[in-house]
Design a protein around this ligand. Structure first.
Ligand SMILES: *[C@@H]1O[C@H](CO)[C@@H](O)[C@H](O)[C@H]1NC(C)=O
Length: 223
């Protein structure tokens, strides 16, 4: 009695397992049938676009920070700054202004330290001078122009930007387009800079040159 009960249980289990195996194999069969058109070229290929930080054209290597800086377009669209996939400043964040927009980032951690915009047409340039003087060692400096970065520019401010690695701050003037990434303790000129002089002959917009875009990978500082 007990033995036949055990046998019945075993045969029940065997039936269940066989059913499961059958369902599984026919299941995979039907999957194969569905997939057939793919290798006939009828189904659209799966396109996987790897998303890069800040939408860069190529991802950055390990121990590099990704960044993208866009200057303002004429006096209409404000500038934007992305660092390690974080939008630091942009018209959408409503934290940009005409003049110079500057964000400071810790060069080791990539954390945003401080950011501000400085009106260089009718503002007080001593505010920007103070801001630049207080930057500590190992800090990355991101800058973007909007409308007019040059009218209130002073020699002291130009010198400070040059010491951060800028090649064009010396000639930055009325309505020029400028995007820049430098660092406090940079000994050489930064490779991350673009500049367009406002020139009525060549300006893309009436009165302003074209907006500039700067993207790249900046090495993380290790102390
Ligand atoms: C960057 O962050 C690290 C860790 O919080 C800190 O020790 C260092 O002083 C910071 N550097 C700057 C330049 O702020």
């Amino acid at each position: 009695m007990r033995v036949s009960g055990l046998l019945r249980l075993l045969s029940l289990i065997a039936t269940l397992v066989a059913t499961w195996l059958f369902l599984r194999s026919s299941g995979s069969l039907s999957v194969k049938t569905i997939r057939l058109p793919r290798w006939l070229g009828l189904a659209p290929k799966e396109i996987r676009v790897p998303k890069t930080k800040c939408g860069l054209s190529k991802p950055c290597p390990a121990n590099f920070f990704a960044f993208k800086i866009c200057s303002g377009a004429a006096n209409v669209v404000g500038p934007s700054m992305c660092f390690e996939n974080q939008i630091l400043m942009s018209p959408v964040k409503n934290n940009v202004g005409r003049g110079l927009n500057i964000a400071l980032v810790n060069g080791t951690t990539g954390q945003m330290v401080r950011m501000s915009s400085f009106d260089m047409y009718s503002g007080d340039p001593s505010l920007l001078l103070k801001f630049l003087t207080e930057i500590s060692e190992g800090t990355l400096v991101l800058a973007a122009s909007y409308d007019d970065p040059g009218t209130k520019m002073t020699d002291d401010i130009r010198k400070l930007f040059s010491s951060l690695g800028s090649s064009y701050a010396q000639q930055l003037g009325f309505r020029d387009s400028w995007v820049f990434l430098g660092a406090k303790d940079l000994r050489n000129k930064s490779p991350f800079e673009q500049f367009l002089k406002s020139n009525p002959e060549t300006n893309k917009y009436e009165g302003w040159p074209e907006l500039l875009e700067l993207e790249g990978c900046v090495p993380q500082k290790t102390f």
